[in-house]
Design a protein around this ligand. Structure first.
Ligand code: TZP
Ligand code: MG
Length: 206
């Protein structure tokens, strides 16, 4: 699985930017992102599916991975590579039943105990955070710092995707702490030029 995770895990969440998921996905891919996750908490299932189908086509054209947040059913219907699950979403095994054995299933975790449990449950990768303070996630927990990434790196074998307040400037430090990939939302989708923000991040991670 590690070899399938590129260093930048770019999350397509329109937030309040007024940008569409399709437009954002196009810009992120143009900048060189090779994994996109669609996260769109305010969308209806139908809107989410339409965006997922559009982004599936865009990602296939660039040979990029595509994951859907929260919803294995939408991921399956759109032909996505997998799904990203939170602690309150359906269990990994249920997502696999919906998506099949080859799907990528990731799980958000916030401490070493959750990280070990997600790995034991068969997650292909775990999200770890929030590393830094973030306004993006409603009811986000207190920032854990790169210390959490270090602690989880020692505790699990599966790939780690660090998340929470990460910017192009901090991405390298987070990877140095043991993350296989850095996930970013606001630093990409709120950037004046999301394509340039991806390029900058990838340059700093190289
Ligand atoms: N999970 C933990 S922090 C977070 C999520 C979804 C939000 C990350 O967004 P940003 O804008 O990169 O801080
Ligand atoms: Mg979720």
């Amino acid at each position: 699985m590690t070899s399938r995770l590129p260093p930048l895990y770019a999350i397509v969440d329109p937030l309040d930017t007024g940008r569409t998921p399709e437009a954002l996905a196009t810009q992120l891919l143009a900048g060189g992102a090779r994994l996109l996750q669609l996260r769109w908490k305010t969308a209806s299932a139908r809107e989410l599916l339409a965006a997922a189908m559009a982004i599936r086509a865009l990602t296939l054209a660039e040979d990029a991975l595509f994951l859907v947040n929260d919803r294995p059913d939408v991921a399956a219907a759109a032909g996505a590579d997998g799904v990203h699950l939170g602690q309150e979403d359906v269990p990994v095994a249920v997502a696999r039943r919906v998506l099949g054995p080859r799907a990528i299933v990731g799980v958000s975790t916030h401490d070493v105990g959750e990280a070990r449990a997600a790995e034991d449950a068969g997650a292909d990768y775990i999200g770890v955070g929030p590393v830094y303070a973030t306004d993006t996630k409603a009811r986000a927990l207190a920032p854990r710092g790169v210390e959490l990434v270090r602690a989880v790196r020692i505790a699990v074998h599966c790939p780690i995707v660090a998340i929470g307040g990460i910017t192009p400037e901090t991405a390298r430090d987070v990877r140095a702490a043991g993350a296989d990939a850095v996930a970013m939302i606001a630093a990409l989708v709120r950037a004046t030029d999301p394509e340039a923000a991806v390029r900058d991040t990838l340059h700093r991670l190289a």
